[in-house]
Design a protein around this ligand. Structure first.
Ligand code: UTP
Length: 292
């Protein structure tokens, strides 16, 4: 039982022209759109209420999570019962809610849009353009255990990135080198020279409502946007405890926010397709042999 907030309102300009009329959160990765993978991950981790923070051009996300009885009836009438298995998510025990971020003022502002929905409980934030796969798919459960054990205001997922990439992310200043660690500080998009570690925020968070108070009090940061990282930093500065949980070696974060990692994600998922994966592997290896 739990609540997750999934921000999906961003413009996705790094994926133009793909995102001109289609949300990046609806792009296919293997057989499913990005948000489908995310909702499956949330359900596996006992989330039963999901609030999407959407925007004007994101209606297809809302439609995707609706029941399409006309389609179901048509498949039944035509004897295509086997295809109904592909619509299984429609019957998952989860409730969907949608609210709009009416001004695109950044991820911090998108999370702030959830404040009326949350009363005094903790909640998950899962970025709508990042898939976590591999391992036993239990990153969020490990984060929840950390949250329960440490009476903290926030738990943030982190992955190790190459040093040359740190300027793209929120970067941890961990107190210890453990897989679960308390944060000394967190910095949004530091320069390579000033980065306190190579641990980058990995698109999953657990917060108490204290985050809303912090979001109220920060000013626009990198890119002129209200940065969620800056609000977490304020929590730490004001004496709240914030923990980090590292992705394990067999867990991966697929960032669907830019072409380089979107292509990788698509190839990875397509190669593990139960029906077409082996065939694709052969095709790609022949292609690569031809080009070497
Ligand atoms: P990004 O930080 O990648 O921003 O969003 P973006 O604006 O979508 O992408 P670019 O930079 O223009 O290419 C991370 C997640 O947060 C959501 C996005 O939809 C994405 O799922 N987001 C971001 C919001 O909901 N609102 C915002 O104001 C910014």
């Amino acid at each position: 039982m739990g609540i997750a907030v999934v921000p999906v309102a961003g413009l996705g300009t790094r994926l133009l022209p793909l995102t001109k009329t289609q949300p990046k959160e609806m792009l296919p990765v293997g057989r499913k759109p990005v948000v489908h993978h995310i909702v499956e991950e949330l359900i596996e981790n006992d989330i039963d209420q999901i609030l999407f923070i959407t925007g004007a051009s994101k209606a297809s996300i809302e439609n995707y999570f609706d029941l399409d009885e006309t389609l179901v009836n048509m498949l039944r009438e035509r004897g295509k019962e086997d295809l109904l298995a592909d619509l299984q998510l429609d019957y998952a025990p989860v409730k969907y809610y949608f609210t709009r971020q009416r001004q695109l003022l950044g991820l911090g502002h998108a999370v702030q849009c959830a404040s009326d929905f949350i009363t005094d409980e903790s909640f998950v934030v899962a970025l709508g353009d990042s898939i976590i796969q591999g391992g036993d798919a239990k990153l969020l459960s490990r984060m929840q255990t950390c949250f329960d054990d440490n009476a903290c205001a926030a738990v943030v997922a982190f992955e190790s990135v190459p040093k040359s990439e740190v300027f793209r992310y929120g970067i941890a200043h961990p107190k210890t080198g453990d897989d679960v660690f308390e944060l000394e500080d967190i910095v949004e998009k530091p320069s390579v020279e000033n980065a306190p570690s190579q641990l980058a925020v990995a698109a999953r968070y657990i917060f108490t409502p204290a985050i809303f108070d912090a979001l109220e009090r920060i000013t626009p940061g990198a890119g002129g946007e209200l940065q969620l990282t800056d609000a977490i930093r304020l929590l730490i500065k004001e004496g709240h405890t914030v923990y980090g949980v590292r992705l394990t070696d067999d867990e991966r974060r697929f960032d669907i926010g830019n072409y380089a990692s979107y292509y990788r994600a698509f190839v990875d998922f397509a190669l593990s397709d139960p029906t077409y994966g082996d065939d694709l592997r052969q095709y790609v290896s022949e292609l690569l042999k031809g080009s070497s």
